[in-house]
Design a protein around this ligand. Structure first.
Ligand code: ATP
Ligand code: MG
Ligand code: FE
Length: 346
């Protein structure tokens, strides 16, 4: 089936088109530059930008894919979680499209879509796997048997998300927003990851008893900020590349350790990584290295598919259609706090 997917949960207007598990188009318009000077996404600005970008982005996706809207078999859209006003624009557009084409609509979970996107690169998901979802708003370990039936949360962050920590530390270091890619780059440009040892949250024996599969990045963020402040107070230069590398090392160390432990706990031989932070080069390398030592295979989509896009929504829609799931009602709402356990809005 030919599926068109619409994503507007944050600052990216994404429209993806897939046929089965084949990606035909992934058109994207971003308002990230309009938010940069505020150091974070401004919801009102994002909604307006989605409204302006929606129709041109749908057109561009159809042109790239070489299809007409009337060829589409089903429309998929992010119905949550995300910014309420931003989601509404995508949901309204998807409803209009589905109604005019007389085709079913699938209101899907953005987080499950971050997992399902891997099908476009590596085919069917493993029969059982741990999915580590690391993005701007979430950091979770999920047990996934069949993504179209839902996910079982194993643990999540108790404070900041991994991407949020990247963005906040980048700010402390004077790097642009969003900070993740800049920290990645600074670290790669000769950063010494052993320069400082920053704290690894929730890894002590005592914490592991209660929080074996949970994360905490807020203490790490504060530790980096304190370290940088102390340097500045002493009138010394802050070695941005080294601090970026050492911070990134702490995040990746905890993420990969717990993800592999989660695989062992479930007896799964596959680890899937998704979400914006999965684009991180050190995380990808470390996960590969540690997982292979443990006999676990890592699946992570290419960086461009890790950050928000329309293809991931189309990919999840396609899996739902292929597994014969009933569509959402045409009056489906946007649900800004859609729970991670809910894959499809019914
Ligand atoms: P959510 O998916 O939780 O709703 P979101 O949609 O805003 O949040 P994504 O687009 O999935 O998040 O991810 C954005 C986050 O990924 C940002 O915090 C960004 O800094 C981070 N990120 C992107 N590229 C990298 C990278 N190379 N290294 C580390 N972090 C990165
Ligand atoms: Mg974004
Ligand atoms: Fe996302």
């Amino acid at each position: 089936p030919l599926i068109l997917g619409i994503e507007t949960s944050c600052d990216e207007t994404g429209v993806g088109i897939v046929r089965g598990q084949t990606l035909l188009a992934d058109a994207i318009a971003s308002s990230v530059e309009e938010h940069a000077r505020f150091g974070g996404v401004v919801p009102e600005v994002a909604s307006r930008a989605h409204l302006e970008a929606m129709v041109p982005t749908i057109r561009r996706a159809c042109e790239t894919a070489g299809v007409k809207p009337t060829d589409v078999d089903a429309v998929a859209v992010t119905s949550g979680p995300g910014l309420a006003g931003a989601l509404l624009v995508g949901v309204a557009a998807a409803k209009g499209l589905a109604l005019s084409l007389d085709k079913p609509i699938y209101g899907v979970n953005h987080l499950a879509a971050h997992v399902a996107v891997d099908t476009l690169e590596h085919g069917d998901l493993p029969k059982g796997c741990v999915a580590m979802l690391v993005s701007g708003g979430h950091s979770s370990l999920l047990a996934v048997e069949d993504i179209t039936d839902g996910v079982v949360p194993m643990g999540s962050t108790i404070d900041d998300a991994a991407g949020e920590a990247f963005d906040k530390v980048a700010r402390v270091l004077g790097l642009p927003f969003p900070g993740g890619p800049w920290i990645d780059k600074a670290a790669r440009d000769g950063g010494d990851r052993l320069y400082v040892t920053f704290p690894r949250g929730l890894t002590s024996q005592r914490d592991l008893e209660r929080h074996r599969f949970d994360f905490s990045f807020s203490g790490l963020k504060t530790a980096v900020a304190r370290w940088v402040e102390a340097r500045r107070r002493d009138g010394e230069d802050v070695p941005v590349n080294h601090v970026a590398a050492a911070f990134q090392e702490a995040v990746c160390d905890v993420l990969t350790r717990k993800a592999i432990d989660a695989c062992k706990d479930r007896g799964f031989e596959h680890l899937l990584i998704g979400g914006g932070v999965a684009a991180n080069s050190r995380l990808r390398a470390m996960a590969e290295e540690r997982a292979s030592a443990a006999g676990i295979a890592v699946r992570v989509p290419r960086p461009g598919l890790c950050t928000d896009n329309g293809a991931m929504v189309a990919a999840l829609g396609s899996e739902l259609v292929r597994s014969g799931k009933a569509p959402s009602p045409l009056d489906l709402p946007a649900d800004s706090s859609m729970p991670i356990t809910e894959v499809l809005n019914k």
